[in-house]
Design a protein. Structure first.
Length: 255
């Protein structure tokens, strides 16, 4: 049974629009994208929003505005169609006005969408936008000054928020790296100590084997078992320089 196709969300469409307006590898940015562009500054901005507004920065291209309304449900699309004045509040300032929707919305409502609106569809998350209907090119009205002020404020706030996120992410990454380094150092140190203890234990076992004692014996038992002279005689084949500390302990036990 074939797996169901993943549904396209508004987030997916926003990402596709950003990819569409991304500059080339050796190009300077040509567009400023404003999410949820408001209709003016202050309380005036609450009267309406455009899902995404693209502001062109190149005078050679007319420094045009392009408006996008995002729709992922048939119900919302039909509500938009029923009130075209809502879109016209922004569309009158734009060179072109677009509906960007899922393929399902287009299939259900394509014949109802005004011909002056362009339509692009996104078939799957991470895919490319497909133009299914081109919009009329408008002769836009001048944008009111207080709208520009509102958009400038939005761009500033969005950039500041993005900067804070990037700083927080960078700091969190550095902290995580530092913690991981400390953990690795502590683990390495503990392993080195364990290796050293194991080496010391192995050398002590060599001593006990050389002098004929069981490997697990207390200093008191060692004192009762052999004399210091006997221990020296039996250790003639053992590295005496390495075992000087052991002899010191045995000497103290023999007193």
């Amino acid at each position: 049974m074939p797996s169901p196709k993943p549904s396209v969300s508004a987030i997916d469409i926003r990402a596709a629009l950003r990819n569409k307006h991304e500059p080339g590898k050796h190009e300077k940015p040509a567009w400023v994208l404003i999410d949820e562009a408001r209709s003016g500054a202050g309380h005036d901005g609450n009267r309406g929003q455009c899902d995404m507004l693209a502001v062109n920065l190149w005078q050679s291209r007319g420094m045009q505005l392009v408006g996008y309304e995002i729709k992922v449900s048939v119900r919302d699309m039909r509500a938009e169609i029923a009130k075209p004045e809502k879109a016209e509040r922004f569309a009158r300032y734009c060179r072109t006005w677009w509906i960007v929707c899922t393929k399902e919305v287009w299939d259900a409502c394509g014949h109802e969408i005004p011909p002056t609106w362009g339509v692009m569809t996104l078939a799957k998350p991470g895919g490319r936008l497909r133009t299914v209907s081109k919009p009329d090119r408008r002769d836009p009205e001048p944008v009111p000054d207080w709208w520009w002020v509102g958009w400038l404020g939005q761009v500033y706030r969005d950039a500041h928020t993005q900067f804070e996120r990037e700083v927080q992410t960078a700091v969190a990454s550095r902290v995580t790296e530092a913690v991981e380094r400390e953990r690795a150092y502590a683990k390495q140190t503990m392993q080195m100590r364990a290796d050293g203890d194991a080496a010391d234990l192995a050398r002590m076992r060599e001593v006990f084997d050389a002098i004929g004692l069981p490997r697990y014996v207390s200093p008191e038992e060692a004192k009762r078992s052999i004399s210091l002279d006997e221990a020296v005689r039996r250790l003639r084949h053992v590295d005496l320089a390495h075992l000087s500390e052991v002899f010191g302990d045995l000497a103290e036990a023999a007193k």
